[in-house]
Design a protein. Structure first.
Length: 138
């Protein structure tokens, strides 16, 4: 199964277990919003659905490089010595295939989350993801 399919399987397995969101990122192009006006007679071939962007430049949208595929939180009850209130503990799941390996940025993100009190790890199966939720609740 490809990584995207594994992500969907994990997300379905976490329904009712944790609040889980997919991290959407992408690349695109932006340009000047003014209509295109030629200053001389010219022929331009455009196909249906084509768009002309003036002064086009690429941009990245979404989360920083290395942010994990899935993220969310679990509700944890504080012990009575901590006044018995609940808090949301951050959890992130980096989804990989059986042979997939994390990038250095993904490893750094995992280390940062765990170092700040959240719970983060590589998950290859729904069982891995649920075990991470159980760890977050302890």
């Amino acid at each position: 199964m490809k990584e995207h399919g594994i992500q969907n399987t994990i997300r379905n397995a976490l329904v009712g277990v944790a609040h889980c969101f997919r991290a959407n990122v992408g690349k695109g192009w932006v340009g000047v919003g003014a209509p295109f006006k030629a200053d001389r007679h010219m022929t331009v071939a455009l196909a249906p659905g084509d768009v002309v962007l003036r002064q086009a430049r690429p941009f990245d949208t979404g989360l920083p490089k290395g942010f994990h595929d899935l993220f969310g939180f679990v509700s944890v009850t504080i012990t009575p010595s901590m006044v018995g209130k609940k808090f949301a503990r951050f959890v992130s799941w980096e989804v990989k295939t059986e042979t997939g390996r994390p990038t250095p940025e993904q490893t750094n993100f995992r280390i940062a989350v765990n170092g700040a009190g959240g719970v983060s790890d590589i998950c290859r199966t729904p069982g891995d993801a649920i075990r991470l939720v159980e760890q977050a609740r302890q």
